[in-house]
Every structure is written in structure tokens, then in C-alpha cells.
Design a protein around this ligand. Structure first.
Ligand code: SAM
Length: 294
């Protein structure tokens, strides 16, 4: 197995655990077990920008198993009849929100590599009675989709986890129709000590693999996408950073950290990282093919 496959395997294992036991990943364990009050599990997801009405309208398994860091369908201007693709669709929260907007004449396709997430998403789709949504198993670096299929590509806190981001950006460009658009929420990191990046749990919690906002924009542009913009930013404060970092500490170790009174150490690092990590909302468009370029 090559290095990239190893990273994907570690990420997938972490998210399988997160969705089945409520531990780890973008804030899972610190947020407790799934409840019926539809509070998302992820630390970042709690501040992601879903309205109470949106959460209340969703099947509980989709709402509580949200691990995103934004709400990409909220500002994507989703139209009836459109084809929407969600990269790393998880338990299906954004699939269902998009499905409602595209209506029966549109269609929504989620891609995820983790079986346990796909099972949850399919349960949520069945509970919602959404006949216009499907989930395909696959990796976002090699999408199981034909060229020029999508009017809109969305993704919520996933691309940071990819070991090959240029490839993901190229895949977005490939599956979009000419003129099609992208609306992605993701974590970006301006500065992170190299040794923190090496820790798998920091990677899996959406921080260790994150790139800077400028590299993200360059990556999208290099893939041939146009009108690349950062529409919004949510900069995490020290409390949110502490929760994000503790979210990936295995529960036994977390008990030790608390018993030894070492939470201050986590807070110390969190304060050092304050202002350097945020969730950004990127938008882009695939250029129309002009007569001269054709
Ligand atoms: C942080 S969760 C976000 C899930 C969902 N977008 C949400 O907002 O709740 C990351 C998801 O992306 C999937 N994922 C991560 N890397 C992937 C890759 N390279 N290919 C396919 N799926 C991936 C994981 O299995 C997991 O379901």
C-alpha cells in the first residue's frame, strides 16, 4: 500500500469509528453520543451555520452525524433540476439539503470511501424518502462519475483530508459542466508545527492535512477553474481549537489528560494556534468553452 492509500485508510478508519461510536474526527468524542435533539457531533459542525429549521427538518441520523465545517448548499444558489455532487458526503446532511432544492427533476450524488458513513447516509435518505439522491463508494481523487455531469460540486470539510489535493481539484474541474460551479467549505491552516502535522489524529481531525487559503486558491486555479473566491471565513478561537484538538484524543488518554490536569497544555497549544486556523468557503466556476478554444 502506498503512502496516500495508507493516509486514506487511517482517515476512513477514524470516520468509521466516529460515526459508529461517536468518537474522534472533527470533534466527535467531545460532543457526546448521538441524541435526538439533532445537535451535530463535530466541534466545527456545531458552528457550521445550519439553521435550527434545517436541522429540525432532517432525519436524526443525518443531523447528528454532521462532521462538516460549513453549510455549502446555503449560498450555492442551488436550482431546481440541477445535478449536484457532494465530495465526502458522510452521513448525508448536505445531500438531503441539496435534494430538497433540486427537486424531483434534479439529482444529487454523494461520494464517500467509508462503508459505515455510506450505510448511515442511505438510512437517512430512506428515512427522508428522497428518491433523487444516491451515494456511490469511491475516492474523491478518482471520482466514479462521468465528465461534465455536474451543475454544482459541493464538499464540506473533506478536501483537507485528501493526501492528493491537486488531483481532487482536477477531478472537480473534470466532472463539472462548462459554466458549472463549486461551493466548498473547508478548514485552512496558515501555520502549524511540522510535528503536529505528523500525528495521525491531528490529520484526521481536519487540521494536520489542511493547506493555507492561498495554496487552496492556487490549487483550484491550477486545475483550470475560474472566478475562484473566498466568500466567508470562520476563524476558530482558543476554546474551539481546544475542543477540536481534544476531539481526536482517544477517550482513555483524554481521561489521563484530565486526571493529570494537563488540559492547560492543550489550551497552551490552542492559544498559540488561535487565528491561524479557520473554516473558509470557496467558490469557483468551470470556464465555458469558447469557440476559439474549442
Ligand atoms: C469530516 S467528514 C465530513 C462529512 C460530511 N461532508 C459532513 O459534512 O458531515 C469527512 C468525510 O469524508 C470522507 N472522506 C475523507 N477523505 C476521503 C477521500 N479521499 N475519498 C472519499 N471520501 C473521503 C470520510 O469517509 C468522511 O465521511
Amino acid at each position: 500500500m502506498n503512502k496516500k492509500d495508507q493516509i486514506r485508510k487511517s482517515v476512513s478508519r477514524a470516520y468509521a469509528e466516529a460515526v459508529t461510536t461517536g468518537s474522534g474526527c472533527c470533534g466527535g468524542s467531545s460532543c457526546g453520543e448521538a441524541t435526538s435533539n439533532k445537535t451535530p457531533k463535530g466541534v466545527a459542525a456545531k458552528t457550521a451555520g445550519y439553521s435550527e429549521e434545517e436541522l429540525a427538518s432532517l432525519p436524526v441520523e443525518a443531523a447528528v452525524n454532521s462532521f462538516g465545517c460549513g453549510n455549502p448548499t446555503a449560498f450555492a444558489g442551488v436550482q431546481e433540476g440541477e445535478v449536484v455532487v457532494d465530495l465526502g458526503s458522510g452521513a448525508g446532511i448536505d445531500l438531503l439539503l441539496a435534494a430538497r432544492k433540486v427537486g424531483t427533476t434534479g439529482r444529487v450524488i454523494g461520494i464517500d470511501m467509508t462503508d459505515e458513513m455510506i450505510v448511515r447516509a442511505r438510512q437517512a435518505i430512506a428515512s427522508a424518502g428522497a428518491g433523487n439522491v444516491e451515494v456511490r463508494k469511491g475516492i474523491i481523487e478518482d471520482l466514479p462519475l462521468e465528465d461534465g455531469l455536474a451543475d454544482l460540486v459541493i464538499s464540506n470539510c473533506v478536501i483537507n483530508l485528501s493526501p492528493d489535493k491537486p488531483r481532487v481539484f482536477s477531478e472537480i474541474a473534470r466532472v463539472l459542466k462548462p459554466g458549472g460551479r463549486m461551493s466548498v467549505s473547508d478548514i485552512v491552516v496558515e501555520e502549524l508545527p511540522w510535528w503536529l502535522r505528523r500525528i495521525p489524529s491531528v490529520y484526521n481531525s481536519c487540521v494536520g492535512g489542511a493547506i493555507s487559503e492561498s495554496r487552496y486558491v492556487e490549487g483550484l486555479e491550477s486545475a483550470g477553474l475560474g472566478d475562484v473566491e473566498v466568500l466567508d471565513r470562520l476563524v476558530y478561537d482558543a476554546d474551539q481549537m481546544t475542543a477540536l484538538m481534544l476531539s481526536e484524543v482517544p477517550s482513555r488518554l483524554k481521561t489521563v489528560v484530565k486526571k493529570l490536569g494537563l488540559t492547560w497544555l492543550v489550551r497552551f497549544f490552542a492559544r498559540r494556534l488561535e487565528g491561524k486556523i479557520w473554516s473558509a468557503r470557496f467558490s469557483a466556476r468551470k470556464r465555458m468553452v469558447t469557440a476559439s478554444a474549442a
